[in-house]
Design a protein around this ligand. Structure first.
Ligand code: SF4
Ligand code: FES
Length: 377
């Protein structure tokens, strides 16, 4: 196999701690504990290695990355290494006192997630009272500090009716970009799929709303739209292709080709504590396993789209079919496509969705820790 080109970005999951409990969280069901988080110096060494490898961006995420008391030092180091720095945050801990030093450290961009436009429903979905108001305040602070802002709107059957209001809110907050991210069903979202999945008709309406808004707001707001691929004919190029663009690091330092890869039990992951990032990117067994097209069976092997969508999503093939090397069942050419569609149609047709199973981190550990008590400090 030829050597891979450089990754585009490092997704640094600094911690799995988070005060919120979103039922669609992309973190794994088994959350990593604070005692296992890698320390400041190791993260900083990894940022240097990522820059040397040719990565251009770093995305600080979690959990809630702002619970790390060393976040400013991490941003400063990544910035000095020449990486474009993006903070992906719930923003409930982001106030003026925290924002100013991050800006000074060289933070380029902030992505804030919103759960809805109606505060009561937003707080219910997040499982965090008062969160929505805090988020709006933080978004305004980000803009008045002159930083670029993206709003991440995670949409599903329990908030999709407010899509026009969400677009208006992103505009009012001064965001340059809105990600209308309809839930993808991995991790916690897979567990809560029946509570979240919209009908095909609701998805079609959302597509039309986004198309109209894109046209109307050209030059003012960029809108990305990710639709639930259960209703698709062809799958998405998940992560831009396995091990082609991204390296995902868990809080304890495990290097994954995507955030859900630990759901594939046959894979073994290297840790940046033990192996340089360049070696992991080029030679790690988990990264090599589904890189390129050599692993593909039919119908992908002879399909003209095999280097466009790279066979879709390995984690979805694992979750639905129990075989990570199968064609993503979101593809209509998969013999199992009907099974996926039937699941979506049956669950979305339920008049009353089941109650959410919230993603919870032990409350005492979900808040920022004093420097002396944190493994990160
Ligand atoms: Fe993509 Fe495979 Fe479907 Fe072709 S058969 S469209 S490569 S998932
Ligand atoms: Fe893992 Fe799609 S989420 S390959």
């Amino acid at each position: 196999m030829t050597a891979p080109g450089p990754p585009l970005a490092l997704l640094a999951e600094l911690t799995h701690r988070c005060p919120l409990g979103c039922p669609y969280c992309s973190n794994p069901m088994a959350l990593e504990r604070v005692r296992d988080e890698i320390d400041t110096a190791t993260w900083q060494r990894v940022f240097d290695e990522a820059a040397a490898l040719g990565a251009l961006q770093i995305h600080f995420s979690g959990g809630e990355p702002m619970v790390r008391t060393d976040l400013v030092a991490l941003v400063a180091h990544a910035h000095a290494a020449g990486l474009y720095t993006n903070l992906i945050t719930s923003a409930v801990l982001l106030d003026e006192r925290r924002l100013e030093p991050l800006k000074e450290a060289g933070l380029d961009h902030v992505q804030i997630s919103l759960q809805d436009t109606v505060a009561e429903n937003a707080d219910r979905i997040a499982g965090y009272a008062g969160g929505h108001e805090k988020k709006l305040k933080a978004a305004r602070l980000v803009r008045s500090a002159g930083l670029a802002l993206t709003i991440n709107a995670v949409m599903h059957r329990q908030n999709l009716a407010h899509l026009p209001q969400m677009i208006a809110l992103a505009l009012e907050l001064g965001a340059g970009r809105l990600e209308v991210a309809q839930v993808q069903y991995y991790g916690w979202a897979l567990k809560n799929r029946a509570s979240l999945i919209p009908t095909r008709n609701e998805v079609s309406q959302a597509v039309a709303i986004v198309a109209e808004a894109r046209e109307r707001l050209k030059g003012r707001l960029v809108i990305d739209h990710v639709v639930p691929d259960y209703y698709a004919k062809r799958p998405k190029a998940c992560m831009g292709g396995w091990a082609r663009q991204f390296i995902n690091l868990t809080p304890s330092g495990l290097a994954l080709p995507c955030h859900a890869a630990q759901g594939i039990p046959q894979l073994r992951f290297d840790n940046v504590r033990d192996r340089p990032l360049a070696e992991i990117w080029q030679h790690s067994e988990a990264f090599e396993r589904f890189r390129g097209t050599a692993w593909m069976a039919e119908p992908c092997r002879s399909c003209e789209r095999r280097e466009i969508d790279w066979g879709g999503c390995r984690c979805q093939a694992m979750a639905i079919l129990g075989d990570a090397a199968a064609t993503d069942p979101a593809c209509a050419l998969s013999a199992e496509h009907g099974r996926l569609l039937a699941l979506a149609e049956a669950e979305s047709a339920e008049a009353v969705p089941p109650a959410f199973v919230y993603r919870r981190y032990a409350k005492a550990e979900a808040e920022p820790t004093p420097a002396s008590a944190s493994a990160s400090a």
